[in-house]
Design a protein around this ligand. Structure first.
Ligand code: NAD
Ligand code: UDP
Length: 314
């Protein structure tokens, strides 16, 4: 049976992807170094006859036989990727070379989890794939942004030089169950603060925007991108509905029915002021667009964190 490799498979996106691939009858090899991932995310898959877990760091080569590779290995939260910036860069560069070498040997397809961060603090709005971005190459986010830009370049070069089949998706902010409650991203922070009656921490004045995509929609996009042979991408995957952080805080407070206050904190360096995907390509080439509204997705995510809190206290 042909195997599918999911690197970063014990993380937030990776664990949902493993679920969906196993459901579809695939044999899934989940590879993770557990930097930000957790066994808890994949516990329910352990022992499944079509699921295998390997503890490994992609910065080191690995010899496997696979037909598809989803490369999700890389910390995604700014707090996590800035913890050890050199390691973050190595993961997206040395790690990427290792996986492309593996793909070349096995003639496997590679889906690379790139990011809206390649657009930096964008001057083109909404962001189209043709936009080259506005990234500070020496700022605190550069280990992630520039690493992902090099990873895209490596993918295209292996495609040109060695005909490795590539699919690049540029993922915009995604949220849902299994996001680490302590990873510092805005959705997990706001919900956990609201559930605990703590003030919601708004960085800057809260007018900066993001576009939030629910996890199930994103995974649909991954599967559609891998299944088609028309394009290597890059293709934006994200929800085109844009919200300010202030609006996000209000939605969370309203759904949780929380009376938490807002607490304003300094805006981190190089924090993008706005971000919204143009998803025309995903619509036309993949017949994909998000189905889950922010209200519905937040309601499901809040229920997940509420359950976690109940387990902590019981
Ligand atoms: P996550 O931190 O939950 O998952 C990343 C996983 O990769 C973790 O399980 C971590 O332990 C593992 N990992 C990190 N470095 C590794 C290494 N060197 N070797 C092996 N495993 C390693 O983050 P996520 O939100 O699930 O993001 C998954 C991917 O999607 C990342 O590549 C990220 O850049 C990309 N992405 C995510 C978002 C988002 O909003 N969630 C947005 C844009 C891009
Ligand atoms: N943010 C915030 N409060 C928090 C965490 C983040 O206001 O407790 C802001 C952050 O400054 C950014 C936005 O929310 O403008 C999204 O941050 P996140 O870390 O989730 O993702 P990214 O910056 O990578 O888009």
């Amino acid at each position: 049976m042909e195997s599918v490799l999911v690197t970063g498979g014990a993380g937030f996106l990776g664990s949902h992807l493993c679920d969906r691939l196993v459901e579809r009858g695939k044999y899934v090899i989940c590879l993770d170094n557990f930097f930000t991932g957790s066994k808890q995310n994949i516990l329910h898959l352990m022992g499944h006859p079509r699921f295998e877990l390997i503890r490994h760091d992609i910065v080191h080569p690995i010899h496997l036989e696979v037909s598809e590779i989803y490369n999700l290995a890389c910390p995604a939260s700014p707090v996590a990727y800035q913890y050890n910036p050199i390691k973050t860069i190595k993961t997206s560069t040395v790690g990427m070379v290792n996986l492309l070498g593996l793909a070349k040997r096995c003639q496997a397809k590679v889906l690379q989890a790139s990011t809206s961060e390649v657009y930096g603090d964008p001057e083109v709005h909404p962001q189209v794939e043709e936009y080259w971005g506005h990234v500070n190459p020496i700022g605190p986010r550069s280990c992630y942004d520039e690493g992902k830009r090099i990873a895209e370049s490596l993918c295209m070069n292996y495609h040109e030089a060695h005909q490795v089949p590539i699919r690049i998706v540029r993922i915009f902010n995604t949220y849902g169950p299994r996001m680490d409650p302590n990873d510092g991203r805005v959705v997990s922070n706001f919900i956990n603060q609201a559930l605990r009656g703590q003030p919601l921490t708004i960085y800057g004045d809260g007018t900066q925007t993001r576009s939030f995509c629910y996890i199930d929609d994103l995974i649909d996009g991954f599967l559609k991108m891998m299944a088609q042979d028309e394009t290597s991408g890059p293709i934006n995957l994200g929800n085109p509905v844009e919200n300010s952080m202030f609006e996000l805080a209000e939605s969370v407070l309203q759904i949780v029915k929380s009376k938490s206050q807002l607490e304003f904190r300094p805006l981190p360096t190089d924090d993008p002021k706005k971000r919204c995907p143009d998803i025309t390509k995903a619509k036309t080439l993949l017949n994909w667009e998000p189905q889950v509204s922010l209200h519905e997705g937040l309601t499901k995510t809040i229920a997940y964190y509420q359950d976690l809190m109940n387990q902590e206290t019981s």
